[in-house]
Ligand binder design. Structure first.
Ligand code: MN
Ligand code: MN
Length: 463
């Protein structure tokens, strides 16, 4: 006769802290894996930088640039870059494409402040940039923190300049001002979401005018002169630029035990990095494996570098065509892990979570059956059959996993790229890493969860 505890162990579903499931040596491996991840976070703060880093890594690991008209053989490794802002990695499998492909899809854009097309102005002898925020942010979190500027400017002659300033020791940084508390009584009456408004997210970029008692806009003029000397640009060149203001923080270990990582941009580099590493570490897979690191997820996946565009489908179509197949014959047999984050339970703000259906830091990768809002609106709801398959896959290799919804049913909602991939007639479910303070300038994840994501993608590609 089993004791009640034994019976509970057998019958109950109770996710456990990963340290109580995995070996000490695996904890060490997870910590080591995350050193590489921290480096990636510091180097890849924008989709363009992430694309560049992954592309160079791919080349170093023997991936070749994709030739749409070449017929590839098992074991071949290719990469395809879409407009410098998204990248696909593929390792050709032994099975025919008519048996489908395995796709891991993560995104490499993160919430941030973009410069407006005509950003530079002078006000009361300060030079500032106007911004237009990108993705879902709490605007008040972006004031009074050190900021850096990343991106590209295409000049009148068509040449392109890369800008990255505010990251290295000794470089200047930028900042958005806030009202001092002493004079904050009026601001304090605003609701939190209006505490700082969009048109108040103005970045201070200079304060010294030319030495002259006469004339106006001499600070702006001085800043433009500096920009012209450094980058060769004029004011009109901002119009053909993509300049992104991001936090100037580096990734850090968090806590006395160093179990967590604090950083800008975990959503969704925390899945993009493990998915890319899994692609790099997959040799001679049975199925062709495809990792897509996409752009524009945070603004709804619209645009030609987002997954509502056809670039992933076209990539697979070229592979299919070279093998005498139509793309739908490949897609209909394919499977995908939509590699995106979910919200981690926050003990301080626990009222928005439903404890039995939320993910926790350190309890492994989170499988999110569906996202959406207002009664599963706007989501792909993974089938019982596919959920069953993914569960078995993870359990087989002792990969620590949990399930999660974003929060309480009526508390809000969200979405991922899963539905756009599902619309291609592919089986898909969200699998990723729980994140604390998601979309904040400084988000938090658990190292053990990051490593479990890597193991999950490796296993998915190998099975
Ligand atoms: Mn995301
Ligand atoms: Mn997001």
């Amino acid at each position: 006769m089993a004791t009640f505890d034994e019976l509970k162990n057998e019958l109950f579903y109770k996710p456990k802290h990963a340290v109580n499931v995995i070996t000490e040596s695996e904890v060490t491996k997870a910590d080591a894996f995350c050193e590489g991840y921290k480096q990636f976070l510091n180097g890849a703060k924008t989709e363009r930088e992430a694309t560049e880093i992954v592309k160079n890594d791919a080349i170093n690991r023997g991936f070749e640039e994709f030739d749409p008209y070449k017929q590839y053989k098992a074991g071949d490794k290719v990469y395809y870059v879409n407009r410098d802002k998204s990248i696909i990695l593929a390792v050709i499998g032994k099975k025919g494409l008519n048996e489908g492909v395995k796709i891991a899809a993560a995104h490499i854009d993160s919430p941030r402040l973009d410069l407006k097309p005509n950003p530079l102005y002078e006000s009361d002898e300060l030079a500032l940039f106007k911004t237009h925020y990108y993705g879902g942010i709490k605007k008040y979190q972006w004031v009074a923190i050190p900021l850096a500027l990343h991106g590209v400017v295409v000049k009148a002659d068509g040449s392109k300049v890369t800008v990255k300033i505010g990251e290295e020791e000794g470089e200047p940084r930028f900042v958005i001002s806030d009202i001092l508390p002493h004079l904050g009584a009026e601001q304090g009456k605003r609701t939190l979401s209006e505490g700082i408004q969009g048109e108040e997210l103005n970045v201070i970029v200079g304060s010294r005018p030319f030495r002259n008692d006469e004339g106006s806009e001499l600070v702006k003029l001085n800043i433009l002169k500096l920009l012209n000397e450094k980058y060769g640009i004029k004011e009109a060149d901002f119009l053909s630029a993509e300049l992104e203001v991001v936090p100037a923080f580096k990734a850090d270990d968090i806590g006395f035990d160093r179990g967590l990582i604090g950083s800008y941009g975990h959503d969704d580099r925390v899945c993009a990095y493990p998915a890319a590493m899994a692609a790099f570490d997959t040799e001679n897979p049975d199925y062709t494996v495809i990792t897509v690191l996409t752009d524009k997820e945070e603004t709804g996946s619209d645009g030609n570098t987002g997954l509502q565009s056809s670039y992933l489908k076209y990539f697979i179509a070229y592979l299919a065509k070279a093998n005498g197949l139509d793309v739908f014959e490949v897609l209909s047999k394919s499977e995908c892990l939509s590699a995106d984050v979910n919200s981690a339970y926050d003990p301080t703000f626990n009222s928005v979570f439903e404890k039995n259906n939320t993910s926790y830091l350190n309890k492994g990768v989170v499988i999110t059956k569906y996202t959406g809002s207002r009664g599963k609106g706007g989501t792909s709801d993974a089938s019982a059959e596919y959920m069953g398959k993914i569960r078995r896959m993870l359990d087989e290799d002792g990969i620590v996993w949990q399930i999660g919804e974003l929060g309480k049913v009526d508390a809000g909602g969200g979405g991922t790229v899963a539905k756009y991939i599902a619309n291609l007639d592919v089986d898909v479910v969200d699998l990723g890493v729980p994140v604390l303070s998601m979309h904040a300038p400084y988000e938090v994840v658990s190292k053990l969860d990051v490593y479990m994501a890597y193991r999950a993608f490796c296993k998915f590609f190998k099975q």
